[in-house]
Structures are given as structure tokens and as C-alpha cells.
Design a protein around this ligand. Structure first.
Ligand code: BTN
Length: 314
């Protein structure tokens, strides 16, 4: 989507506006405005032109323009009906210098999960990868994954599903263990030097309007939990929350409190498989930039990374 198209979408989202005002705001000719309005109509927008100017009366269900319409976050959207992996595409775009961009797909045919696992991405999910260039040291990056989990959980709650977060960033549907099934996962990838991130990709996979039968064991979907959701609104809320939590020079430490409020892990007995050892104990807190504090029989351990399993209390 080019800049004029995005500016037109933003202008129309603010309310009815006439051709001359649009030409002025977009700094293009009236003929160019008309052409862009026609292109939006072709993309599925219902746009009426009345006495007060152009007015949007219908928004397409999903797609780049639909997601951008009324989005209160500074991200450009690139949309694909089908793609291998939105993370792979975002990484490709990182090499071209892009920033503040979200790659979105209806279906992924080669999506990836954490720890080299496969991720199933059928049509109907919310599959999105944000490409960012935060001016932060690489050591702070884990907190972005926590922010993404908070953003997903909040959007899911707004859609009526009681979402909770399993450390570090799995979003589950609340319920009696062991029936807490996975609604969403997050995969962050980055490149940088010791003191500076060059690019960061935050890949978010939400099993939205998907049959649970199409998903691996232990997974569930919003379709199963609450019925189908409006993916456009869902993704907009998610992106807006993520931007509120991480954008500009926001204090990233504040993310931890939001995470604590949605955590399914704190207070639980857990087993964490880290690259070097297995740690068993009670999860008592999360520490910046996202480490889990576990009280074992012997001492308190701060775990930076690993696979976490909730255990039954002894
Ligand atoms: C996990 O829980 O293992 C993380 C799953 C991350 C999946 C998302 S879907 C969008 C993005 N593209 C990918 O290939 N992976 C992430």
C-alpha cells in the first residue's frame, strides 16, 4: 500500500471529507483522489459521496486496507492471502530497510514456532509479524514478546475469551488444568550488535477462526472458545495495545505489571527445561526483561529462557 493510499484511509477514517479537502490533505490532485477512492472501492470499501463529501459505509472483512482503516498505531500493513511464513517475509523486508511494518496473512504454509518447531497456520487465523527497529539494547528484547502476549490476551478477552499467559508468552484459554489449551504463540527473532538492535520481528500466531480439529493436540481456537471473531478489529486492538506498551520511549518495565495480571504461571508449580538443566519449583515472579523467578527446594532461581510446564501442586 502506498503512502497516499494510507493517508486517504486515515482521512476517511476521521469522518466524511470532500474531494478538495482530501486533495489538500493528501497533497495530490483531485483526479488522483478520485483514482485512489476508486481503488479503495475495488478493494471492497463501500464509499458514498454525499453533500458532506466521501463517507465510508462499508469496510472489507480483512486485508491491508481494512486493517489500516482506523488503526491507532503507526504500522504499515502488508497482506497476503497465502504465504510461507509471515516471519520469513518480515525478515526479508528487514534487509530492505523497512520499519514499523506488519506482514499479515490469512494462511501460512510454512510457519515456524519456538525452538525450531512447526506451527500450523490454516486459513482463518490471525498470523502477523511486526518488523520494528527499537532503539534498545538486545538484552531488553525479551520484554517485547511479553508485551505481544499481553496484547493478544487483551484482544482475546475483548472478544470474550478468558485468555491467560503461560511464561514466557504462550496465550492459553483459562480452565481447569490440564485442559488449559493454547490459543496463541509468539516467536521473536532479531539481529543486532552488543548494544543496539538492528531489526526485531515479533511473530504472532492466534488460532482465531479455525477449527480446533485442524490444530495440534493441546491447541484450541477462538472459534471454539467464543465463536468466530472479527479478525480486522481483533488485530487492530492487538496492534494498538502492543504499540501503547512498547512504542516510542515508553517505560518497558510497565509491561511486567500488565503481564503479571494475566499470568497463569505465577503461583504455580512449574518445571522449566532450560538449555542446560531442568528447574522445578514454584513460579513466584517475573523480572525485567522477562525472566521467571522460581523458588526451588534449595533456593531462588532466575530463569531467562526455557520451556515451561505447569505441574499439579504437591
Ligand atoms: C510458538 O508458540 O511456538 C510460537 C508460534 C509463532 C507462530 C507465528 S504465526 C506468525 C509468525 N510467522 C511464523 O512463521 N511464526 C509466527
Amino acid at each position: 500500500m502506498n503512502e497516499t493510499r494510507r493517508a486517504l484511509i486515515d482521512a476517511l477514517a476521521d469522518g466524511p471529507i470532500d474531494g478538495p479537502a482530501l486533495a489538500d490533505r493528501l497533497d495530490v490532485s483531485r483526479a488522483a483522489v478520485w483514482k485512489q477512492v476508486e481503488a479503495l472501492r475495488e478493494a471492497g470499501f463501500g464509499i458514498e459521496s454525499g453533500d458532506d463529501g466521501y463517507r465510508v459505509v462499508e469496510i472489507p472483512e480483512y486485508g491491508a486496507e481494512a486493517i489500516a482503516f482506523g488503526l491507532e498505531a503507526p504500522y504499515r500493513i502488508e497482506y497476503h492471502d497465502q504465504i510461507g511464513s509471515t516471519n520469513d517475509r518480515a525478515r526479508e523486508l528487514a534487509e530492505t530497510g523497512e520499519d514499523n511494518l506488519v506482514v499479515v496473512a490469512d494462511e501460512q504454509t510454512g510457519s515456524r514456532g519456538r525452538l525450531g518447531r512447526e506451527w500450523i497456520g490454516p486459513s482463518g487465523g490471525v498470523w502477523a509479524s511486526l518488523l520494528l527497529r527499537p532503539e534498545r539494547p538486545p538484552a531488553e528484547i525479551p520484554v517485547y514478546a511479553l508485551a505481544a502476549a499481553v496484547a493478544v490476551a487483551r484482544a482475546a478477552r475483548e472478544a470474550g475469551a478468558e485468555a491467560i499467559i503461560k511464561w514466557p508468552n504462550d496465550v492459553l484459554l483459562a480452565g481447569e488444568e490440564p485442559t488449559q489449551r493454547k490459543l496463541a504463540g509468539i516467536l521473536t527473532e532479531m539481529e543486532g550488535e552488543a548494544d543496539r538492535v538492528s531489526w526485531l520481528v515479533v511473530g504472532i500466531g492466534v488460532n482465531a477462526n479455525v477449527d480446533a480439529g485442524a490444530l495440534p493436540d493441546g491447541a484450541t481456537s477462538l472459534r471454539e472458545a467464543t465463536g468466530d471473531v472479527d479478525r480486522r478489529v481483533f488485530l487492530q486492538r492487538l496492534l494498538e495495545t502492543f504499540h501503547d506498551l512498547t512504542g516510542g520511549d515508553t517505560d518497558l518495565h510497565a509491561i511486567l505489571d500488565e503481564w503479571r495480571q494475566l499470568s497463569a504461571t505465577l503461583g504455580q508449580r512449574v518445571r522449566v527445561e532450560t538449555p542446560g538443566e531442568t528447574i522445578v519449583g514454584e513460579a513466584i515472579d517475573v523480572q525485567f526483561p522477562g525472566s521467571l523467578v522460581v523458588r526451588t527446594d534449595d533456593d531462588e532461581r532466575v530463569v531467562h529462557t526455557g520451556d515451561c510446564e505447569h505441574l499439579r501442586p504437591v
